[in-house]
Design a protein around this ligand. Structure first.
Ligand code: 6PG
Length: 238
């Protein structure tokens, strides 16, 4: 586990954008990345759109979503829409490289269909699809992707994807499961904001209720887990 603590969300966005740019530049073939929703990726997309629009060979990048809300792709809640608004509409990105979760479809069917998309497009290691990079955030409650503490069993699903339910809104979501997350070549955990500090402390120090948080279970077999935190999220572990 490598913990990198940066001053604020903007600095996390800059550091991750530089890391991803370098990955794309040095990769000889296509690079398959699972995105997440949340405010931290939004800052990353803004930074990349503003600074790298014409300096990245975007055609090498294939985009997927580690989780998506079961809404229309035009809905303000859609993670796909957020990515379009903040990045894809501002750069020259090949349509064929966008592998979105179809949030408008029946959730159980889409969980199966998206699992098949991963099986078809990604290389397999131990029979499990392997992303080059999975980007994850963590919620104040210790959720990651869309696996929430009350459904922590979804982590161990034998399927690539599952339907999850948000604990407060009841909104259905499609999420990749633990076996796909932990099979990735690299996982980047982007955690910003003071609301995350208590869970970050419990997880990093293995204290309190840490075993009940899905974020605790992120441990790629490649051992390449990059934590990028801001000072506010890391305030209790320094
Ligand atoms: C989602 C996200 C979710 C997110 C965290 C952290 O679609 O809701 O994928 O898991 O990553 O809630 O969000 P922030 O980046 O805003 O801290």
């Amino acid at each position: 586990m490598k913990l990198n603590i940066l001053a604020n969300k903007q600095e996390v966005a800059v550091a991750f954008s530089e890391y991803l740019k370098e990955k794309i530049e040095t990769s000889t073939g296509a690079i398959h990345v699972a995105l997440s929703g949340g405010s931290t990726p939004k800052a990353i997309f803004d930074y990349m759109a503003e600074n790298y629009a014409s300096s990245i060979q975007w055609s090498k990048l294939h985009l997927y979503w580690g989780d998506e809300r079961c809404v229309l792709p035009t809905d303000a809640e859609s993670n796909y829409k957020m990515t379009v608004d903040h990045l894809l509409s501002k750069i020259d990105f090949p349509e064929a490289n966008i592998h979105r979760v179809k949030g408008e479809n029946t959730p159980v069917d889409e969980a199966v269909a998206y699992g098949e998309v991963l099986d078809k497009n990604l290389e397999k290691v131990n029979g499990i699809p392997r992303f080059d990079v999975v980007i994850l955030g963590m919620g104040d409650d210790g959720h990651t992707a869309s696996i929430f503490p009350h459904e922590i069993h979804l982590w161990d699903s034998k399927n690539n994807c599952e339907v999850a339910v948000h604990p407060e809104s009841g909104q259905k979501r499609i999420t990749i499961t633990g076996k796909v997350i932990n099979n990735a070549k690299e996982v980047a955990f982007l955690v910003t904001g003071a609301g995350k500090a208590p869970k970050v402390k419990e997880i990093v120090k293995k204290e309190g209720d840490y075993t009940s948080y899905p974020a605790t279970l992120v441990a790629p077999t490649s051992e390449k887990l990059l934590w990028l935190l801001d000072e506010d999220a890391a305030v209790s572990i320094k």
